[in-house]
Design a protein around this ligand. Structure first.
Ligand SMILES: NC(=O)c1ccc[n+]([C@@H]2O[C@H](COP(=O)([O-])OP(=O)(O)OC[C@H]3O[C@@H](n4cnc5c(N)ncnc54)[C@H](OP(=O)(O)O)[C@@H]3O)[C@@H](O)[C@H]2O)c1
Length: 228
């Protein structure tokens, strides 16, 4: 079902080389209501699909020359992100806040009626530097006149088949945890606020931009419910 006038959704996905974006891309490509997907990133996402087109930009801040290719879209799923470890606020905000908002504003200008889903993180309501930056981004996006908008705040994410994190330390942790994934999955079913899967997260992000989420901020339990 499309909530954008009944025609197939045209979706832009950012961060498809990463764990969250790869999951969102997979769900978008599998969704019958999605007609086409444009993946925008610094390098190829490694997926070949008739619905998928890729736009590669070595520097994501530099897109003025390709604005004519960014028109005609219904929705944007934002899964670009970095770890705050070792970064000061200026460096962390540059990607987390500035890059996100520069694209959100440009895409909304080029596509009035656009919907937007932002991948934030569990704990974004807190007082640490990264949490304050995340909250600022969420607040700014909420105030913008998107058709539908929301922010997902995942905690632990169990990656689907073939999905890997681009963050080396995180990927090492996932490999080490793999033997206990069945236990983690069981715990997540009993305590849905603990975490989610890349499948549920991808579906929840899609449902946000389809106007099928019931709140702006989706914590893990909401992600599991909306993305079920
Ligand atoms: N994984 C988790 O468990 C988890 C949990 C909660 C929240 N999150 C949040 O979800 C978001 C995505 O996380 P992830 O796990 O998918 O991370 P990831 O696997 O490390 O992927 C990060 C993505 O962001 C892109 N990216 C990073 N810096 C960029 C830059 N300067 N310019 C352009 N692209 C850039 C990467 O592109 P390249 O391939 O070009 O580097 C990649 O596509 C992050 O905000 C993260 O904090 C993740």
């Amino acid at each position: 079902m499309s909530t954008h006038g009944g025609s197939p959704l045209r979706v832009i996905v950012f961060g498809a080389t990463g764990m969250v974006g790869a999951g969102a891309l997979r769900e978008a490509l599998n969704a019958p209501e999605v007609g086409s997907v444009l993946s925008i990133g610094r390098q190829p996402c490694g997926v070949d699909h008739p619905k998928l087109r890729e736009l590669l930009l070595p520097d994501l801040f530099d897109f003025a020359a390709v604005e004519n290719q960014l028109v005609g879209y219904d929705a944007c799923i934002w899964a670009v992100g970095i770890s705050s470890v070792g970064l000061d606020e200026a460096a962390y905000s540059r990607v987390t806040e500035e890059l996100t908002l520069v694209w959100a504003r440009a895409l909304l200008r080029l596509n009035p009626g656009l919907s937007f889903c932002y991948c934030s993180a569990a704990g974004a309501g807190g007082n640490s530097m990264w949490a304050r930056v995340r909250q600022r981004v969420e607040g700014t996006l909420k105030s913008m006149p998107f058709r539908h908008a929301g922010a997902v705040r995942p905690g632990f994410i169990r990656p689907g088949p073939g999905i890997r994190s681009r963050t080396r330390l995180y990927q090492v942790g996932l490999v080490l945890l793999k033997p206990i994934f069945p236990l983690v999955s069981l715990l997540a079913r009993v305590f849905p606020s603990l975490g989610t899967t890349s499948e549920s997260l991808g579906r929840a992000m899609l449902r946000v931009v389809e106007g099928r989420a019931d709140r702006f901020i989706l914590e893990s339990a909401d992600i599991n419910r909306v993305g079920a």
